[in-house]
Ligand binder design. Sequence first.
Ligand SMILES: C[S@@+](CC[C@H](N)C(=O)[O-])C[C@H]1O[C@@H](n2cnc3c(N)ncnc32)[C@H](O)[C@@H]1O
Length: 274
Amino acid sequence: MEAHQLEQLIEAVLTSSKYKSASSDLVRYIGTQELAKGHNLKEAIKATKNKLHQVGGAYQDITPRYTAWLDKLRQASQAGNSNQLRDVCKWIMQYHSSTRERLPVLEQFYSTILAGLPPINSVIDVACGLHPLAIPWMPLAEPTTYYAYDMYQDMTDFLNECLPLLHVQGYAQACDVIHHCPTQKVDLAFLLKAIPCLEQVDKSAGLRLLETINADYLVVSFPTHSLGGNRKGMAANYEARFYELVDGKPWSIRRFLFPGELVFLIRKEGAEII
Ligand SMILES: C[S@@+](CC[C@H](N)C(=O)[O-])C[C@H]1O[C@@H](n2cnc3c(N)ncnc32)[C@H](O)[C@@H]1O
């Protein structure tokens, strides 16, 4: 593989309208993989875009309207009406399929999974999508610091504006979480429906993230149907993958099944039963 081909590929992908905001580290990593397969430049650019679509673009059905969304969120926040704020958050979350699928169970999701946990003052959200918009439903203690990471710069710019409106401190950051796993110590980490995506790019990503994330509690989930609809055996396959990943770890685990999502709560220390 020639170095200048990789640079040309990165430039082509990062100047395309759909991926101009994608993490350049991730584009570089996927582009390197595709060129190493012996593709010519044109084929490698196409294959890189396809992979970016599979792991990120496919979840956004429309071009995100961050400015309009933020205006609505600001209006609701200024009105000081928590129901209005929740309505706007739900409206925004419908534009990312991962959060849209969770809307019907939002009221029970966090209260069920996080029931009985010690106060949560700090959170990491890895490969977050629009999930930070669900903060109003999370039983978090004040003050809360929330750190969110995704592969898109425009999405994380938007989330940086949202976090204060949702009354939390912290920041959102664009990065490739496969190679830049957040390491700060927090009370809770979310790794929601992310492992299957990340393992499409690097098979060891799931294990590395589970081992590296420095949280007392980790909420890890898997989709139980594909973007296109139901797929037989998907939940069983992902459950098997999860138990393979945690095999031999001294961690306590709880399992929850929601419509569309299989969730595991991990207590890393293992000493205390959750
Ligand atoms: C299936 S969605 C899950 C979103 C969110 N966790 C949820 O469940 O609502 C996967 C997310 O991972 C992001 N993503 C994929 N690969 C990534 C990478 N290497 N680094 C950071 N984010 C990534 C995508 O942009 C997308 O928002």
